[in-house]
Design a protein around this ligand. Structure first.
Ligand code: ATP
Ligand code: MG
Length: 224
């Protein structure tokens, strides 16, 4: 699903990522961790083609990102689900619309968009909040809405950048359980987090960045 070959990303004099090579197979659930400034967000931004590497190759969901023309980026992104720390919900739309509108944007029919939005809000447990506005629900609920929105396109790959950064530990674990359920349904999941408790609780393969360099550890066993 993801292959990186000797990827380096520089911002002027700063080298955010240095000679990163990695492979994430279809169906895997992988964590990406490392101290603040280690390069986690930069790597995710390269993977969803928000930026291009300074050198090296990235293959994501069968596409070579370095050679992909700009006009193909929107279509490529539809294969991905993106979840950010700040949920990026639309304030003046209901929870339901925030999710359902994505279906319309990617070309689903009105009925299919409504059906999927209902199903996904139920999956993440906020169907009871569907008619409220984002400001009327809690941070954890907003994050769950953002996750159901990310799943509207039935993504092959879910990329999440500190998805639990604003949540208390119980809520964070709850979000990870949702990701695990999504992963079991076949979506490859990559979660960037600097929360060691979360990683310990989930016991999945964990990629560690240290000042732009990759170190790899493999989790001993999975949570039952
Ligand atoms: N647009 C940019 N311009 C210049 N430097 C940047 C830019 N984006 C990232 N950097 C630098 O690249 C390095 C890696 O940043 P990045 O945001 O990827 O870290 P991170 O691991 O996500 O950190 P955090 O845990 O704080 O989110 C940092 O030194 C940062 O200052
Ligand atoms: Mg970051």
């Amino acid at each position: 699903m993801i292959r990186c070959f000797h990827v380096t990303k520089r911002y002027g004099a700063i080298t955010a990522l240095r000679d990163i090579s990695l492979q994430i197979d279809e169906g895997e659930f992988v964590f990406l961790t490392g101290a603040s400034g280690a390069g986690k967000t930069t790597l995710l931004r390269l993977l969803y083609r928000a930026e291009l590497p300074t050198s090296g190759q990235l293959i994501v969901a069968g596409r070579n990102l370095a050679t992909m023309p700009r006009r193909q980026v929107p279509r490529f992104r539809r294969r991905l689900g993106l979840v950010f720390q700040d949920f990026k919900l639309i304030d003046d739309r209901s929870v339901f619309d925030n999710v359902a509108l994505v279906g319309r944007v990617v070309g689903l029919s009105y009925t299919e968009s409504q059906r999927r939005a209902n199903e996904l809000l139920r999956l993440v447990g906020v169907d009871g909040r569907a008619q409220l506005f984002p400001a009327q629900i809690s941070g954890g609920e907003q994050q769950r809405v953002a996750i159901s929105r990310a799943l509207m396109t039935a993504p092959q790959l879910l990329l999440a950048d500190e998805p639990t950064g604003n949540l208390d530990p119980d809520r964070a674990i709850e979000i990870m359980r949702i990701f695990r359920a999504i992963n079991r349904r076949g979506t490859t999941v990559l979660v960037a987090t600097h929360d060691p408790d979360l990683i310990a609780a989930m016991r999945r393969r964990t990629l560690i960045l240290e000042a732009g360099l990759m170190r790899t550890l493999t989790a001993a066993r999975k949570v039952p």
